[in-house]
Every structure is written in structure tokens, then in C-alpha cells.
Design a protein around this ligand. Structure first.
Ligand SMILES: Nc1ncnc2c1ncn2[C@@H]1O[C@H](COP(=O)(O)OP(=O)(O)OP(=O)(O)O)[C@@H](O)[C@H]1O
Ligand SMILES: [Mg+2]
Length: 347
């Protein structure tokens, strides 16, 4: 633990996420989002105040170790948290509309139509007993009631073609188990984009596929989203994927966002000790004779509500107050913030 050195530089205030900023209106604004799971073993304080923006027409990456809350954040946006989980507090504003207060019927209209989500394992989300062309067509029919079934089938076939499925007419008659993993993921992408959503949430969309296919699928997804002028929330544990495909990135640690900014700033000039550690763990950053770096200590238990910086026990810069208070987020550059007391004394 390092001693706190008194400073003459005026202290900066943490970002006030409750004040509205009318200058730029993001497509998605998540504020102080808390999700808890009431399990038999006790309460899991899984999300403890997530603050996150996704701008219009951008790809926002979400990274962090397993269990840090990436998928739960995505599912909470769509209000898909199942019991024993509960969204305890917070706001999720999408295109000017607060989602957490919406009537379930209105929420169903948004889900799949204006916000779509691609899951990690495509076959889990595809119905095994329906031909893939019909599944894409059905998605369209649910949201566009004036479309005839034959017009929906034609549109579905066109969409399957645009996601690079060869001989789409014939392939559309196949069942999910008759497709390779890569093809099934392309069908998923077709299904999620056929309604022209404004926001696509992709939760580790390619981690079940091999590396060459991964790159092809992500490129394809980005091209299509770009054409639609939509935004993407791209969840990935792979910083390489994020570096190549995202405009901005949010780094999560144990239930909150610890750093957020443009990809080049966060990855080349990380300002939160956790992000620094995470980047050092990459094989590319180790010199030839050096062992691979790992962040000392363990991920904290989420059975306790957050009362301090959850990274403090593993942090080489931690001070006494890091164990007593929760740090707010400080501006550390243009459009770049980090939740760490180190930045209290200015940039
Ligand atoms: N059904 C559940 N019951 C209890 N706790 C849960 C449940 N689902 C999630 N959690 C808790 O929420 C935390 C966040 O889970 P989440 O699935 O968002 O992690 P993640 O960051 O997506 O991890 P991964 O990279 O492995 O997908 C987990 O650590 C877990 O403690
Ligand atoms: Mg996950």
C-alpha cells in the first residue's frame, strides 16, 4: 500500500453521471445499473452501478474477465434478467426512451426489432425443428405484420444471401443441425439484422468458431451494421478483436465499468490499474524471455455489496481510502474516463 502524498494541485471532481448532457445524445445511456441475484447461498451483487454510453453508429466494445458482468449488462438492457436475478435500480435510456419503465408489451416490440442480440452459441438460439429460412422469415413477420408470408420468405432469402450463405435458396430449407458452426452464426446474424435494428448487441458472437472464420464473421457483421447506420455493443474477452473492430471500449471489473474511452486511448494509454494489468497479460506484450504476466490475487467475491474499490486488494497503487470508499469516474482525457482515485489530482 502506498502512502497518500498531499498535493497542491486542485482536486478534480468525479463525473456526475446524474446530470444530463444535451450536447451529444447517445443511442444508449446506462446509468447506475444494479443487478442482484437472490440465491439460496446469499445475494450476489453482480452489477454495482454500471455507467455506459453507446453513441449513434459506433461499435462499443465491452471487455473484462469472466464473471465481471458483461452478459448481465447486455441482458439487463433487454430486460432479460431471469429470477433469482433482479434489476434493482438504474436507468437504461434507448433512443430517448427509458426502457426499465416500459410496459412488457412495448418492451417486446423493441426486443428483436429495434435492439437485437446475437448470443455466443448460435445453435442455442435457433429452433432445431424449423428450417432456417422460415426462422428468418418468422422474425420479420413478428415485427412487420403487413408483410405477406411469401414476401417475408423472399426477404429472408435475400438476407441469407447478404450474410454470405452460398446457394441461399437451397440452404434456407435446411435445419440448424445441417449447418456448420460458421454458417449457423451467419443465419443468426441474418435473423438479427433482418428487422434493421438500431442497436445490435453481440455477446461473444464468434468465440465458438475457429479464428479465420471469426474474423470473416465479424467483418461481415460490421459491414452490414455500417450499411444500416446502426450501433453495436460488442462483448468480447479478446482485446485483439476489440482493437480491430471497435470505436470505443468499456473495461469492466467485478460489476462496474472501470475505464471507458476510444479504443486507441484505452489500449495505448490505459489509465486504470486494472486495464494496465489486463494489457500486460497479453502474450504480445511479454518480452521473449519473460514469463507471461498475471494480475496477482483473485477476483473478489460478489456476495458482498460494493463498499470500496473492488480492484484495491490486487492493485499495486492502492491507498487506504481505496479500501474505504467507492471511487467515482474521473475524466482522464478527451472522452476518456477511469474510476480510480489516482486521477483525482487532474489529468
Ligand atoms: N443465475 C445466476 N445466479 C447467481 N449469480 C449469477 C447468475 N447469473 C450471473 N450471476 C453472477 O453475475 C456475474 C456476472 O455474470 P456474467 O454472465 O455477466 O459474466 P460475464 O462477464 O459475461 O462472463 P463470461 O466472460 O464468462 O461470459 C457472475 O460472476 C455471477 O456471479
Ligand atoms: Mg458472458
Amino acid at each position: 500500500m502506498t502512502e497518500t502524498v498531499p498535493s497542491l494541485i486542485p482536486k478534480s471532481e468525479p463525473i456526475d453521471y446524474s446530470s444530463t448532457n444535451n450536447e451529444s445524445q447517445p443511442l444508449l445511456t446506462i446509468r447506475d445499473l444494479r443487478v442482484h441475484f437472490y440465491t439460496l447461498r446469499g445475494t450476489v451483487y453482480a452489477l454495482e452501478g454500471v455507467n455506459l454510453d453507446v453513441q449513434k453508429e459506433e461499435t462499443m466494445g465491452i471487455v473484462g474477465e469472466t464473471g465481471c458482468g458483461k452478459s448481465i449488462t447486455a441482458r439487463a438492457v433487454l430486460r432479460l434478467i431471469d429470477p433469482p436475478g433482479k434489476i434493482v435500480s438504474g436507468t437504461v435510456e434507448f433512443d430517448g426512451q427509458e426502457l426499465l419503465n416500459l410496459h412488457p408489451k412495448e418492451m417486446r416490440r423493441i426486443r428483436g426489432k429495434r435492439i437485437s442480440m446475437i448470443m455466443q452459441e448460435p445453435r442455442m438460439s435457433l429452433n432445431p425443428v424449423i428450417r432456417v429460412g422460415n426462422q428468418v422469415a418468422e422474425t420479420l413477420l413478428i415485427h412487420e405484420s403487413d408483410l405477406s408470408p411469401s414476401a417475408a420468405r423472399k426477404k429472408a432469402e435475400e438476407m441469407l444471401q447478404s450474410v454470405g450463405i452460398p446457394d441461399a435458396g437451397k440452404m434456407s430449407k435446411r435445419y440448424p443441425h445441417e449447418l456448420s458452426g460458421g454458417m449457423a452464426q451467419r443465419v443468426m446474424i441474418a435473423m438479427m439484422l433482418v428487422t434493421r435494428p438500431k442497436l445490435l448487441i453481440a455477446d461473444e458472437p464468434t468465440s465458438a468458431l475457429d479464428v479465420t472464420i471469426q474474423a470473416q464473421i465479424i467483418d461481415l457483421m460490421n459491414d452490414l451494421v455500417h450499411e444500416l447506420q446502426s450501433s453495436v455493443m460488442m462483448i468480447s474477452h479478446d482485446l485483439g478483436v476489440v482493437a480491430e473492430t471497435c470505436d470505443r471500449v468499456a473495461v469492466m471489473y467485478a460489476g462496474s465499468v472501470v475505464e471507458q474511452g476510444r479504443v486507441e486511448d484505452v489500449l495505448h494509454n490505459p489509465r486504470h490499474p486494472y486495464t494496465k494489468g489486463l494489457l500486460r497479460t497479453l502474450p504480445d506484450n511479454a518480452s521473449e524471455n519473460e514469463d507471461l504476466y498475471s494480475i496477482k490475487g483473485n477476483v473478489p467475491s460478489l456476495f458482498m455489496p460494493q463498499q470500496q474499490c473492488r480492484f484495491a486488494p490486487r492493485c499495486e497503487f492502492s491507498q487506504e481510502r481505496c479500501f474505504q470508499e467507492i471511487p467515482g469516474s474521473y475524466q482522464v482525457g478527451n472522452n476518456h474516463s477511469a474510476a480510480c482515485f489516482l486521477h483525482e489530482n487532474g489529468i
